[in-house]
Ligand binder design. Sequence first.
Ligand SMILES: C[S@@+](CC[C@H](N)C(=O)[O-])C[C@H]1O[C@@H](n2cnc3c(N)ncnc32)[C@H](O)[C@@H]1O
Length: 173
Amino acid sequence: MLISLACSILRSLLHSLLHLTEYTTHHMHHTIIAAGKPALKYCKDGTAEYLKRLTRYGKYELKHIKDGSSEDVSKRHLEASQGSIRIVLDERGEQLTTEQLVKKISDWEMRGEKRATYMIGASDGHTPELRDSADLVWALSPLTLQHELALVVLLEQLYRVATIQRGEPYHRV
Ligand SMILES: C[S@@+](CC[C@H](N)C(=O)[O-])C[C@H]1O[C@@H](n2cnc3c(N)ncnc32)[C@H](O)[C@@H]1O
């Protein structure tokens, strides 16, 4: 009797706590900007798959910008990411575990940041100016990846982060 009372009090406390976190943690709008038109079928399929899965978790938008020289593409990236958290995808950047990525995104959300922009470059990569302006220069791996493949890996990680934030069982360690 006492145990069941304690359990029901605990359950309702937990319920209120969950409600409170829903109110205090707001979710950012994630924009992914990729240089160049999508061309590889297997990447188009991967991109579509993760974007579809992500619709359940918040606002995730993919934009393609015109390909070109490193200077032109980085300039377009800089303009498109004004006023947003800037995440520059670059093999020279910081390598993160998925848990570290969850922490970074959750910290930005707790701080009230409204937008995060993830930028994928063209064949010649990003300019040092764009890298210097970034809140995070993120290397998915020390390997150089084809840019569309980098996009698929990025989207899979954003999906993984979203499921971890919701406490869903996609991620296993
Ligand atoms: C073919 S790579 C560009 C390589 C270019 N030579 C350089 O020095 O950056 C095209 C884009 O894919 C993304 N990319 C490729 N490999 C990556 C990695 N390991 N981590 C993060 N992004 C990567 C980056 O956004 C990069 O600008």
